[in-house]
Design a protein around this ligand. Structure first.
Ligand SMILES: Nc1ncnc2c1ncn2[C@@H]1O[C@H](COP(=O)(O)OP(=O)(O)OP(=O)(O)O)[C@@H](O)[C@H]1O
Ligand SMILES: [Mg+2]
Length: 262
């Protein structure tokens, strides 16, 4: 259970990036976080994993308040997939990068190997195991960064733009993995179709404040709300809404259910 209470945060230069943020995430809930560039998404994720600390208000992860002296526990509970995968990959090869976290927890080499193997299999990137991160494409790095977090088996995952640079197949793989996760996650993304496909709920940020919090379909397909948030309708919805058969929302709902059922 994640509890964010009245959180305000300013960067050292005085820029207030978040203002009086309140929400809770229940166990097993999949939540999307959307908003235009500079809305405060990455800043909020940085507070949830203890990279930055709230100036006012408090954040609790599974009953533990995020502060400097609880960081060890928080880092164990919270996995973060950074917006920039270069921040996540620093070992000589991807296998070592994935092994780094589990090994740091003091797990046996047998268990570490199992975690590495499983993460590579899940992301379908077994062929990257011996490759150095700096010789990978943007999308390959992204998948490898996601694998490093999956291997740590955290109890809450933060994804910051996890599908940026991913091709459609890798995006689908990510969506499948996310749907299989039995733990809560918060995913900041500009890909609203991904949010529609895998989230139970979406939070819309604007200028560091929450402007809406609710069911993804209701919010993301509300043209007026999206316009006010500075966003566009999800691509699949626009395609459906403007298709020559003029079939509208109902078909879109069926289309969504079918895709989720795949
Ligand atoms: N290190 C920093 N110092 C000062 N201001 C910052 C810093 N990092 C971000 N900001 C500012 O804080 C605000 C929120 O930025 P943030 O990175 O959280 O936005 P975002 O919603 O993740 O945007 P994007 O979609 O571009 O990733 C922006 O106005 C940004 O310019
Ligand atoms: Mg960001």
């Amino acid at each position: 259970m994640i509890k964010v209470k009245d959180v305000t945060f300013s960067y050292p230069n005085g820029k207030e990036a978040l203002h009086r943020i309140n929400f809770e995430i229940k166990d097993g809930e999949a939540v999307g976080l959307v908003g235009c560039n500079g809305a405060g998404k990455s800043t909020l994720l940085s507070l949830l994993c203890g990279i930055n600390f709230a100036g006012e208000g408090s954040i609790e992860i599974n009953g533990v308040t995020v502060k400097k002296d609880t960081l060890k526990q928080i880092r164990r509970d919270v996995g973060m997939v950074f917006q920039n995968p270069d921040e996540q990959l620093f070992m000589p090869n991807i296998g070592e990068d994935i092994a780094f976290g589990p090994r740091n927890y003091g797990l046996s080499e047998e268990e570490v190997e199992k975690r590495v193997h499983n993460a590579l299999q899940k992301l379908e990137i077994g062929d990257l195991r011996d490759r150095p991160p700096y010789r990978l494409s943007g999308g390959e790095k992204r998948s490898a960064a996601i694998a490093t977090v999956i291997a740590m088996e955290p109890s809450f995952i933060l994804f910051d733009e996890p599908t940026a640079f991913l091709d459609p197949k890798a995006t689908n793989t990510f969506q499948r993995i996310a749907l299989e996760l039995r733990i809560p996650f918060l995913i900041a993304s500009h890909d609203l179709d991904v949010i529609l496909n895998i989230c139970d709920r979406v939070i819309i940020l604007k200028n560091g404040e929450i402007m809406a919090d609710g069911e993804p379909y209701d919010l993301l397909c509300d043209e007026n709300l999206m316009y006010r948030a500075g966003l566009e309708l999800p691509a699949s919805f626009s395609r459906c809404k403007h298709c020559p058969n003029n079939c509208g929302e109902d078909l879109f709902k069926k289309f969504k259910v079918r895709r989720l059922g795949e």
